[in-house]
Every structure is written in structure tokens, then in C-alpha cells.
Unconditional design. Structure first.
Length: 127
């Protein structure tokens, strides 16, 4: 009987943790939807950006890991998306600055996004 109650207990903990993660995602989506976004820059033009990292996703594929970085412009309504080859070490909340080439403008789930490529970003030290 002890082993059965132990498995139910671990099952319950997993469900609670999963629900908490779901609630966190829903709240983050609500905050993101409340913040308007606009396209930034001209396609094929390299520019300097300063942004806060909103999300980091690691995508495993046939050719290795790709890092998807979603960033929000610090002093404006711009939302940037960058698919980088390899596993990068950026963290949510970090402020980054550097140069990037505007690859295109698109809309995803009602949010305007500027896709960038060839990024050379550095983390701005916290003051």
C-alpha cells in the first residue's frame, strides 16, 4: 500500500507543477498581448538594436540545436525574433545590445515581429 500511495503522491506533485507552469505561461501571454508591437527597420538593412530578452527556446533538429530568441526593444514598441544556430546562453530579462540585419517583417498571433539575422549581441551589464 505504501508504494501505491507514493506513486499517487508523485503523480499529484507532477500535476501541480504542470498546472503552475501553465498558469505562468497564460499570465506571460496576457502581459505580452497587452504590450503593442510595431515593425522596426528596413528589410536588408543592418542596424543597432538594444532589447530585453523575453523568451529563449532551444529547438533540436537534424543539423543540431537552434536557439530562438524573442526580444523586446528597450526604448520602443519593436519585437525582434532571431533564430541562431547553436545553443546560446542568453537568459530571460537580460538586456542585450548590438547589430543585426532586418530579415523581414511578419505577424504572429496578432503581434508584429521583426525577424533579424546575422546578430552580434552583447549583454549589457546590470548597474
Amino acid at each position: 500500500m505504501d508504494s501505491a500511495s507514493g506513486s499517487v503522491s508523485s503523480w499529484s506533485r507532477g500535476r501541480v507543477a504542470g498546472y503552475a507552469k501553465h498558469v505562468e505561461r497564460v499570465e506571460a501571454a496576457k502581459r505580452a498581448d497587452a504590450t503593442p508591437s510595431e515593425y522596426v527597420g528596413t528589410v536588408k538593412v543592418r542596424q543597432t538594436i538594444t532589447a530585453t530578452v523575453e523568451a529563449v527556446r532551444y529547438i533540436d533538429g537534424d543539423y543540431g540545436t537552434t536557439t530562438l530568441l524573442i526580444m523586446r526593444e528597450v526604448d520602443g514598441p519593436g519585437l525582434f525574433k532571431w533564430f541562431a544556430s547553436g545553443s546560446l546562453t542568453f537568459e530571460v530579462g537580460q538586456v542585450v545590445t548590438g547589430k543585426a540585419t532586418v530579415k523581414g517583417h511578419e505577424e504572429y498571433q496578432g503581434r508584429k515581429q521583426t525577424t533579424v539575422s546575422r546578430c552580434k549581441l552583447d549583454v549589457v551589464p546590470a548597474t
